[in-house]
Design a protein around this ligand. Structure first.
Ligand code: SAH
Ligand code: TYD
Length: 409
């Protein structure tokens, strides 16, 4: 039995996948024999309402000098972060010449570059050296380190406190939220703002997105749980805004208690989450049943297509695909290869199931009829981009919110 990482109450497991590989650990053939697996499962804390992994692996094993996820592989995400940065500058930065912005998990600089463009003093904290180096090559100021209380102390010492601390798709990756909270408390100016985005638990549940569950995603936030965590460190949620990215995300804006007015969106969103039953174990148990149902239906569909002699190609070697493939036991006998634009994934094999990952040009030059869309969170961008495939009647297979096959003719 696991205890909640925040309030230490016993948590209720609701979905256990068994042994899984690390989701972003793409391998060469010589790595197959020593591949590492861990028990993947999620549980719900009835006390603080936080959904979380039952077992975790050390951060250094996930975030290192060969981290496979590059933020700037999606044009839509580039636009999203440009507009988030511009919005922060227009709304919250009175004097760009004296402002200081810190980003936690800045990856290849997808967001921070927009603050730099406005000559705003900035610092990215990014532990994965290969992606930090890309941001540095863009002229950005980056510390290649994990954000924690100790890092915050050093930043304060060298730069002083921050007006804005932002973080996208990273706070749920950091197990020690106590250290994050204390770091924020040290680093944030008295009237500063902490703005973070994360895939939203309500969307995960409503879209049956069980593939969002993997080693790096330690926490699955709702407003209910965010409100249970951050007041421990003197921060309150002053605004929330839903975002369409990553299959549905929430942008949480936090400030020191009592300093900024609280938008009505906060109480409205909280009421909605309670009405949906996000504070009850039963909604998560139902989600687990849906995951099993999707597994059955997807396997049935793929088996039928293979029996009819079709070739199937995967689109996007996402971390999420590791969960789907390993949970369902889908390997290279079913999926010929997965196409991905990320250079460091190409020529390697998917974790656990060892499906080859090939460059995007292979997809463009192929004549296959079926594509399994692993990067479903980028559906709009991909369907717009794949006019040639669509026009030749290529069919798309999706598995969230339900298994479905469609074409664009
Ligand atoms: N913010 C980017 C990247 C998200 S991926 C985006 O939204 O696209 C998560 C990133 O967080 C990775 O680059 C990873 O190296 C980084 N990360 C993981 N743990 C971290 C920590 N403790 N402090 C700062 N960054 C961290
Ligand atoms: P993403 O779904 O953003 O995240 P995660 O790995 O956390 O699940 O990953 C998208 C992957 O799909 C990434 O490896 C880049 C790839 N990709 C393409 O190959 N082509 C595209 O057009 C897009 C948008 C993404």
């Amino acid at each position: 039995m696991s205890n909640c990482k925040i309030c230490e109450q016993q948590i209720q497991p609701f979905l256990e996948f068994g042994k899984m590989p690390r989701a972003n650990a793409y391998l060469d053939k010589d790595g197959f024999a020593n591949e590492q697996f861990f028990e993947l499962g999620v549980g719900f804390c009835e006390q603080c309402k936080l959904v979380q992994l039952l077992n975790t692996i050390p951060p250094e094993k996930m975030f290192h000098d060969d981290y496979a996820f590059l933020s700037s592989t999606s044009r839509y995400m580039e636009q999203h972060f440009a507009s988030l940065a511009e919005d922060i500058i227009a709304t919250h930065i009175n004097d760009p010449a004296s402002a200081f912005v810190v980003e936690i998990g800045s990856n290849d600089g997808i967001m921070l570059q927009h603050f730099a463009k406005h000559q705003i003093n900035h610092l990215g904290i990014e532990p994965s050296k290969n992606v930090a180096d890309i941001a540095i090559s863009k002229g950005l100021t980056i510390w290649n380190d994990f954000f924690a209380e100790s890092t915050a102390k050093q930043v304060c010492h060298e730069y002083g406190q921050a007006d804005i601390i932002c973080a996208a798709n990273v706070i749920g990756h950091i197990e020690d939220l106590r250290s994050v909270g204390q770091g924020l408390d040290l680093l944030l100016k008295p009237d500063g703002l902490f703005i973070f985005e994360h895939p939203y638990l309500v969307d995960n549940i409503q879209k049956n997105a069980f593939d969002q569950i993997y080693d790096e995603h330690i926490y699955y936030f709702s407003l209910l749980s965010v409100q249970a965590i951050f007041p421990r460190y003197g921060l309150e949620v002053v605004d929330v805004k839903w975002q369409s990215v990553h299959g549905g995300s929430m942008r949480y804006t936090l400030a020191r208690q009592g300093v900024h007015p609280v938008a009505t969106a906060v109480s409205e969103r909280l009421a909605r989450e309670q009405q949906l039953g996000l504070d009850q174990l039963s909604i998560y148990q139902e989600f687990a049943l849906q995951a099993q149902q999707i597994k059955r239906e997807l396997l049935e569909l793929l088996t039928t297509l293979k029996q009819a002699g079709h070739r199937i190609v995967g689109y996007g070697a996402t971390a999420k695909s590791s969960t789907v493939l390993n949970f369902c036991g889908i390997g290279p006998d079913t999926i010929d290869y997965i196409s991905d634009v990320t250079p460091c994934k190409q020529g390697r094999f998917s974790p656990g199931m060892h499906i080859p990952i090939k460059p995007y040009s292979d997809f463009c030059n192929d004549d296959h009829q079926y594509t399994l869309l692993f990067a479903w969170n980028h559906t709009e961008e991909i369907l717009t981009k794949e006019q040639t495939y669509n026009q030749r009647g290529g069919r798309w297979i999706v598995f969230v919110p339900h298994v479905n096959v469609f074409d664009m003719l």
